[in-house]
Design a protein around this ligand. Structure first.
Ligand SMILES: *Cc1c(COP(=O)(O)O)cnc(C)c1O
Length: 498
């Protein structure tokens, strides 16, 4: 039976196949695509400890993407999880102190988005073939640093695609900028804008909504698409690593097959932790999912009170990928907790857009709290967590992972819950060398960029990942800078449209 996907804001009757939902990205009514039934996993949990990452990913994708053939799924999995990852296990689990760390930072850009973005291009081009798309897919993204680079690494040289990324020339870290301007691939285009991330993002949205421009592109054989985290093709591959992690814990005799474990997830857009909830729905023995926020703690308040309020000060933190006040993927969980009530979900989201806040009903809150706990880490908690873990175990964690570690500790203190704890480690310390060094040394260090990488390595002695090594002598390939109002012109120039 084919599993269909529907909008969180629209009727079940308008559901699409998985491949069509991947191509669409966002539903035309503004909602997000979700499965219309619980996917059926063709896998006995007891097999997990003996499976490779690729085998686990295959089974999970097979459960969700039922209109893909087994051989199509296998081809996508093989193309994604290969030597681009600098660990043959893809997502190794390490044990330090009381915690297990699910290391999701061994891919091309040393952050967890690689797990999804290394397979999304292959899912998209396969979906395009299945739906008899003749046009070339052009991915258009504005990035504050991580997503754009991970998307480019995924799409680089994938036939039938081009990717154009805009980034704020002053708004990314030194390492991130170096990563951008040296991106390889004949189909990758990187443009800096003289402006901030919001301007880049707003203009990209306007370009997507410009019907005349979209028609002009279509006439030239191009179809725009987006690689952001609301695409179901990004969410599904993330479910795999929760199953994988469980299997590895059983293999390491940390838990007996069938006994539940906890996950603490450093959260921004709610994509990563939602995948954990989907894993639980598919039958993975998960006790609690602990949602960890930084100072931008809108989700902590939401899970405690059922009141979502985006009207609040915005903090710039050392965990920038979690500096988010509107968590897009939360809509999928809210839809689930309303008992799949699309009218109610649409009403909440409308209130969020217009008034800036919404309050869920008590029964909805109760369902949310049945599976999730939430807390946040201050800047000080974050520094302390990096320093403590390093002092006690010599394991260096990045500031995002440290948010999760600080919250996991608070959670255990508050609840005395002693189920085995997996902390989802979302970035390599080498991606944020200044913050990690400052925390470990107990004072703000002045070095940044590659100099800080070198200094951090002489402290922690962890081999440099390929992604960083190659930065030292990579050639600059992209040096175009435009004004925010010239973005559309830049696209036309790249695609040779006049
Ligand atoms: C994107 C990101 C997160 C947040 O993940 P969400 O799916 O947006 O909740 C956490 N840590 C790092 C390093 C990230 O890049």
């Amino acid at each position: 039976m084919t599993l269909l996907y529907r909008s969180t804001r629209g009727p079940k009757s308008s559901a699409l196949t998985a491949s069509a939902a991947i191509l669409q990205g966002l539903s035309p009514d503004g909602g997000l695509y979700v499965p219309t039934a619980t996917p059926q996993l063709d896998l006995d949990l007891s097999q997990l400890p003996n499976m490779t990452y690729k085998q686990v990913a295959f089974h999970v994708l097979q459960a969700f993407l039922t209109d893909f053939t087994d051989s199509e799924i296998q081809t996508c999995v093989d193309a994604a999880y290969d030597e681009k990852f600098d660990d043959p296990q893809i997502a190794p689990i390490s044990h330090h102190g009381d915690d297990f760390y699910l290391e999701l930072f061994h891919g091309a850009t040393i952050a967890f988005k690689d797990l999804a973005l290394s397979i999304l291009p292959h899912l998209m081009t396969t979906a395009a073939k299945k739906n008899h798309f003749k046009k070339e897919i052009v991915i258009l993204t504005a990035t504050s640093g991580d997503t754009g680079k991970a998307a480019m690494a995924g799409f680089a040289d994938v036939p039938g695609t081009k990717i154009i990324v805009f980034y704020p020339s002053q708004g990314v870290s030194a390492i991130q900028k170096q990563q951008m301007i040296t991106q390889v691939g004949d189909n990758t285009y990187v443009v800096a804008i003289n402006g901030n991330f919001d301007q880049a993002q707003t203009n990209v949205k306007e370009i997507f909504n410009d019907k005349a421009f979209m028609e002009q592109l279509a006439d030239h054989g191009y179809q725009f698409s987006s690689a952001n985290s609301i695409n179901i093709g990004r969410l599904v591959p993330q479910v795999a690593y929760y199953f994988w992690a469980y299997g590895q814990l059983v293999k390491q005799h940390a838990v007996q097959n069938g006994d539940p474990i906890n996950f603490t997830v450093p959260t921004g857009n709610f994509g990563d932790i939602l995948a954990g909830y989907y894993a639980k729905k598919l039958g993975l023995p998960v006790n609690r999912l602990i949602c960890a926020s930084n100072q931008n703690n809108v989700l902590t308040d939401f899970f405690k009170t059922g009141y979502y309020d985006r009207i609040r000060p915005f903090f710039t933190t050392t965990s920038p990928s979690m500096d988010i006040l509107v968590s897009s993927n939360l809509e999928r969980l809210v839809f689930d907790a309303t008992g799949e009530d699309d009218d109610q979900t649409a009403a909440y989201m409308h209130e969020l857009e217009t008034a800036g806040h919404y309050q869920v009903k008590p029964d909805v809150l109760e369902r949310l709290q049945a599976n999730f706990s939430a807390d946040f880490a201050s800047a000080d908690d974050d520094r302390q967590a990096i320093a403590n873990v390093y002092d006690q175990t010599e394991f260096a964690i990045d500031p995002h992972t440290a948010v999760a570690k600080a919250v996991a500790d608070k959670y255990r203190q508050d609840t005395r819950d002693d189920h085995p704890m997996v902390i989802v480690a979302t970035a390599s310390p080498y991606k944020f060398p200044n913050a990690v060094l400052s925390a470990i040394e107990g004072q703000d260090v002045q070095v940044d960029g590659l100099d800080a990488v070198t200094q951090l390595q002489s402290t922690i002695k962890v081999p440099l990942p390929k992604a960083i090594q190659t930065l030292f002598d990579a050639k600059v390939r992209h040096n175009e800078t435009v004004q925010p109002d010239e973005m559309q012109a830049a696209i036309k120039n790249i695609l040779k449209i006049d």
